[in-house]
Design a binder for this molecule. Structure first.
Ligand code: AMP
Ligand code: GLY
Length: 420
């Protein structure tokens, strides 16, 4: 079986790495991919990365199934086009991807389906948002409505911070994202990324993971796309997992089907486990990154076969097997990230890091005259497992010490929350 992966980050590197190890997969292609994947996949560049170009590539290569990594191709309608042409693909349609593309849509769906989430207000203008602040306590959470690469969320600790945040969101600092802003209660608790694979009917839960969104240790500083993650069966009890399925995942999948826009692909529920119970912070229409790196590291199953069954609506009866050992991924970010960052710094130590038993999934990297260098905010993820979480952390951090590039920064507490 030949598989095509769309994307070029750490998530896609991890997908390609796992796919290549499956018995039923003969060939893995990734577009655009990155230099780290060259040993497990063939990377192919396209001109404009449009749905039509992706389809043309899949047909030219004769791939059996395509899997979409990031949200942009989903929102552009790549799944709709592949389906129209009878090409198996894993991901949601444009309409279903709205669950991630619009926080307002997600809130409305949660309301309708009775899915627990934070109390919120939708503001369509700056004056409306400022006036609505009176109904909230601090900290308060402000979210741009559209896609903002995980950075369109501001946790404001004071009224002044909230006012500045509202101005920033409406002035277009997050691109087009800021026409509508969701204001919601801040929920204290334990964050969990709960991701399932679904064909629209059958739901196959992946292992629970925990992301670390803030840039600095102890969750300080601005939010990023994720500075590291861990994956362990201890993140949720069996009863909690069942409750998440019953109260969040099944109602969401049912509500999407009832709307005539069934959700297929990876449904990611960003959860907060609060003293009052489970609350949904957000839905994503794709695998999380870096969560995916820890998931792929722990997964045993023949991933290509599973993805093919998801793409053709035959997930019923499929189960996944996971390594008992927990896994940890620590992200190395470029100078300046998540603000304006510098690229073009030479990277060394990838081989040495892997010699110590970690896997380095590359993300924002490129080859320049034979030199590996930084090319994006999240440069790479060092992923490792161990007999317990502590051992996995030690191995990942050992690998991280080997990696060198100017401006490199990473969190030193990835996984620490799971040790307690
Ligand atoms: P989101 O993109 O909606 O998941 O928000 C990004 C991050 O902001 C989340 O992963 C949380 O760490 C934080 N966050 C979002 N909403 C809330 C909330 N209501 N209460 C506390 N933290 C939140
Ligand atoms: N790591 C969070 C995300 O992928 O949205």
């Amino acid at each position: 079986m030949k598989v095509l992966v769309l994307g070029g980050g750490g998530r896609e590197h991890a997908l390609a790495w796992r796919l290549a190890r499956g018995a039923s997969v003969t060939r893995v292609y990734v577009t655009p991919g990155n230099p780290g994947m060259a040993t497990v996949a063939e990377c192919i560049a396209l001109e404009n990365y449009t749905p039509e170009e992706y389809l043309g590539l899949a047909e030219r290569l004769g791939v059996d199934v395509t899997v979409v990594g990031p949200e942009a191709p989903l929102v552009a309608g790549v799944v709709d086009l592949f389906r129209q042409c009878g090409k198996p693909i894993v991901g949601p349609t444009q309409a279903a991807a709205n669950l991630e593309g619009s926080k307002v849509f997600a809130k409305e769906l949660m309301n309708e389906a009775g899915i627990p989430t934070a109390r919120y207000f939708i503001a369509e203008s700056e004056p409306e948002a400022l006036a609505a602040l009176a109904r909230f306590e601090y900290p308060v959470v402000l979210k741009a409505d559209g896609l903002a690469a995980g950075k369109g969320v501001i946790v404001a600790k004071t009224r002044n911070e909230a006012m500045d945040g509202i101005t920033a969101l409406f002035s277009g600092q997050f691109g087009e994202a800021g026409q509508t802003v969701v204001i919601e209660d801040f929920l204290p608790g334990r964050e969990v990324s709960f991701i399932v694979l679904t064909d629209g009917e059958t739901v196959l839960p992946l292992a629970p993971t925990q992301d670390h969104k803030a840039v600095h240790d102890n969750d300080q500083g601005p939010n990023t796309g994720g500075m590291g993650a861990f994956c362990s069966d201890k993140i949720l009890t069996a009863a909690e997992t069942q409750e998440v399925l019953n109260r969040v995942i099944y109602p969401a999948v049912r509500a999407m089907a009832e709307r005539g826009t069934p959700f297929t692909g990876f449904l990611y529920a960003g959860l907060m486990m609060t003293d009052q119970g489970i609350r949904v912070l957000e839905f994503n229409a794709r695998l999380g990154d870096p969560e995916c790196q820890t998931l792929m590291h722990r997964l045993h199953s023949d991933w290509g076969a599973v993805l093919f069954r998801a793409a053709v609506g035959k997930l019923a009866g499929v189960s996944l097997s996971w390594d008992a050992a927990p896994s940890v991924c620590v992200v190395a970010a470029a100078h300046g990230y998540p603000g304006p960052m510098r690229i073009g710094d030479a990277i060394t130590g990838v081989r040495d890091a892997e010699a110590g038993g970690a896997v380095v999934f590359q993300a924002g990297t490129r080859m320049n005259h034979g030199v590996l260098e930084t090319a994006g905010g999240r440069v790479l993820g060092v992923t490792a497992s161990g007999v317990d979480l502590r051992a996995a952390m030690n191995r990942a951090y050992l690998g991280m010490e080997q990696i060198q590039f100017d401006g490199k920064h990473f969190r030193r507490d990835i996984g620490a929350k799971g040790l307690g």
